[in-house]
Design a protein around this ligand. Structure first.
Ligand code: SAM
Ligand code: SF4
Ligand code: F3S
Length: 446
C-alpha cells in the first residue's frame, strides 16, 4: 500500500512544530507526507482549544473529511493536539469516524497506535503526560525542517494556572528540554538551511534545565545560539512578564542576533483584573520591564495579547487597558473577547454583556491597528533589513520579514533567500510593507 499522511494544523506555533515532528515520526512506519487531502490514507487533525467553539470546529472538520471520502476508502482519522487532550475518550465515543485520539505529550506513542489500528482495527486514546519520554523519542529523530525561519520547542506546559486558560490542562506541567539536545537540534536546523530560529514554549522564559550542577536558562540558549555563525536571527515566544529575568534582559545588550522585538502578553491594563485572572504580575511590574528594555535599546518594540471583557471588567478597567495601549504603542498584538473554557476556574463566572464586550474589542483594536498602520507608514521611503524567506509565486518578488516580524514583499533581480538584505519601502498597509532591494547608503534606515 502507498501510505500517505495529511496533517491539518490549527492553533499556535507549537502545534506547527509538533505537526512537522509528527510527519517525521510517521515516516518511520512508511507514511509519506502529502498536501492533497484526497490521496491520504491517514488524516491527522492537530487541534487548538484556546478559544471559542474549539470542539465544534473539530467535529465540523471531521464532517468535511467524511463528505470528501464518501465514495472512497475511509482514511485513518487521528485527532491530536489540545482538544484531543481535553476531550480524550469522549471524542471516540461521540464520533465513530475517529480512530485515534492523542494528546500532545503522547506523540511518541502514535506509531504504535497506528500500527495497532491497522492490524486489529482497535480504536485508541492516548492522553498521558509523558513529556520526558516524548522528548527522548523525538531527540532520536532528525528534525528535517529546512525553512529559512524555523521553530524549536525548548519548553512545554505551564504551572501558572491563569484562571481563563486551558494550557496547563492540555499541555501539562512545565517541562524544560535538555540544553544540549536543544543545541544539537538547532545545529541540525542550521545544517538544513535555517537562518532564523524561534525558540518556543508556553512559558518560554520560564525555561529551566539542570544537569550535573549546571543550571541553564533561556539566556544561556540565546547566547549559545548567538555563537553559531550561520544563525542570523534569534526569537523566542511566548513569555510571561514575571519571568523576564535580569539575565534575559541583559541578552539584549550581549547578543548580536536577538531581535529587538519582545512579545510580552499582559492581558489587561487593570491590576484588579490581573489579580482576578491570577496573572501574578501587575501593570507596574510590566512597565518596569518595558522601561528597562527601552533604556537598553530604544529600538526594542513590543507586542502583546489582550483578553477583553474578562468577568468583572468595568468600563474603568477597560480604559486602564486602553491607557496602557496608548502608552506602550505595541506594534502588533492579539486581542480577543474572553472565551470561557471548560474545566478552567473562570469557566463558571458571569459573562459581561456581549454587546459591550464587542464594543470594547472594537475600540481596542482600532487603537492597536491605527498604531500598527502608523508604524508601517513611518517606514515608507526608508530602508529596512529583511531576512528573506522565499520567492513568491510571482517569480520576480521575494517574501521576508523585518526584525519586528512585519512581512515584506519586494522586488529583486538577484536570488537572495536566506540573506538579510536592505529593502527600500515604497508602500505599506496595516500588515505588510512593499518595496525593492536597495544597496544605496544615502537612505535613512528605519
Ligand atoms: N503563556 C502565555 C502568557 O502567559 O501570556 C500565553 C499563551 S496562550 C496559548 C495565548 C493567548 O491566548 C493568551 O495570551 C491569551 O491572551 C489568549 N487566551 C487564553 N485563554 C483565553 C480565553 N479563555 N479567552 C480568550 N483568550 C484567551
Ligand atoms: Fe495560559 Fe500563559 Fe497563563 Fe500559562 S501563563 S495559564 S499558558 S496564559
Ligand atoms: Fe492552542 Fe494548545 Fe497552542 S490550546 S494555542 S494549540 S498550546
Amino acid at each position: 500500500m502507498n501510505k500517505k499522511v495529511f496533517i491539518k494544523t490549527f492553533g499556535c506555533q507549537m502545534n506547527e512544530y509538533d505537526s512537522n515532528r509528527i510527519y517525521e515520526s510517521v515516516a518511520k512506519i512508511g507514511f509519506e507526507k502529502t498536501e492533497i487531502l484526497n490521496e491520504t490514507n491517514c488524516y491527522i487533525l492537530n487541534t487548538c482549544h484556546i478559544r471559542d467553539k474549539a470542539k465544534e470546529k473539530v467535529y465540523h472538520e471531521i464532517g468535511r473529511v467524511k463528505k470528501n471520502f464518501k465514495f472512497k476508502k475511509k482514511p485513518l482519522v487521528i485527532i491530536a493536539g489540545c482538544v484531543a487532550q481535553a476531550e480524550n475518550r469522549e471524542m471516540i465515543k461521540r464520533e465513530p469516524y475517529i480512530d485515534i485520539v492523542i494528546g500532545p505529550q503522547s506523540y511518541h506513542k502514535l506509531n504504535d497506535a497506528i500500527l495497532k489500528n491497522i492490524r486489529k482495527k482497535e480504536r485508541e486514546e492516548e492522553t498521558d503526560f509523558d513529556t520526558l519520554l516524548k522528548f527522548d523519542y523525538f531527540d532520536k529523530i532528525k528534525n528535517s525542517d529546512n525553512k529559512i525561519s524555523s521553530y524549536l520547542t525548548i519548553q512545554e506546559g505551564c504551572d501558572k494556572f491563569c484562571k481563563f486558560c486551558v494550557v496547563p490542562f492540555t499541555r501539562g506541567p512545565e517541562y524544560s528540554r535538555s540544553f544540549y539536545k536543544i543545541i544539537d537540534e538547532a545545529k541540525q536546523l542550521i545544517k538544513n538551511g535555517t537562518r532564523e530560529i524561534t525558540l518556543l514554549g508556553q512559558n518560554v522564559n520560564a525555561y529551566n534545565y539542570k544537569e550535573e550542577h549546571k543550571h541553564f536558562k533561556l539566556s544561556d540558549i540565546i547566547m549559545e545560539l548567538d555563537n553559531l555563525p550561520k544563525i542570523k536571527r534569534i526569537r523566542y515566544t511566548t513569555s510571561h512578564p514575571i519571568d523576564m529575568s535580569e539575565d534575559l534582559i541583559e541578552c539584549y545588550t550581549k547578543s548580536k542576533k536577538l531581535v529587538p522585538f519582545v512579545h510580552l502578553p499582559i492581558q489587561s491594563g487593570s491590576n484588579k483584573i490581573l489579580k482576578l485572572m491570577n496573572r501574578k504580575h501587575t501593570v507596574e511590574n510590566y512597565l518596569s520591564t518595558y522601561l528597562k528594555l527601552k533604556k537598553i535599546n530604544s529600538k526594542i518594540e513590543f507586542s502583546s495579547d489582550f483578553i477583553i471583557a474578562y468577568p468583572g471588567e468595568t468600563e474603568k478597567d477597560f480604559y486602564c487597558t486602553m491607557d496602557l495601549v496608548k502608552r506602550i504603542k505595541f506594534i502588533n498584538s492579539y486581542s480577543f473577547i474572553f472565551s470561557p473554557r471548560p474545566g478552567t476556574a473562570a469557566s463558571s463566572l458571569k459573562l459581561i454583556d456581549q454587546k459591550i464586550a464587542k464594543k470594547r474589542l472594537k475600540l481596542i483594536q482600532e487603537e492597536l491597528f491605527a498604531h500598527q498602520k502608523f508604524k508601517n507608514k513611518m517606514t515608507e521611503n526608508k530602508i529596512v533589513n529583511v531576512l528573506v524567506e522565499n520567492k513568491i509565486s510571482d517569480q520576480s518578488k521575494f517574501f521576508g520579514r523585518t526584525e519586528y516580524m512585519t512581512p515584506v514583499i519586494f522586488e529583486s533581480e538577484k536570488s537572495v533567500e536566506g540573506e538579510i538584505v536592505p529593502v527600500l519601502i515604497k508602500k505599506s498597509n496595516q500588515n505588510n510593507l512593499f518595496g525593492e532591494i536597495k544597496l544605496s547608503k544615502n537612505i535613512e534606515a528605519a
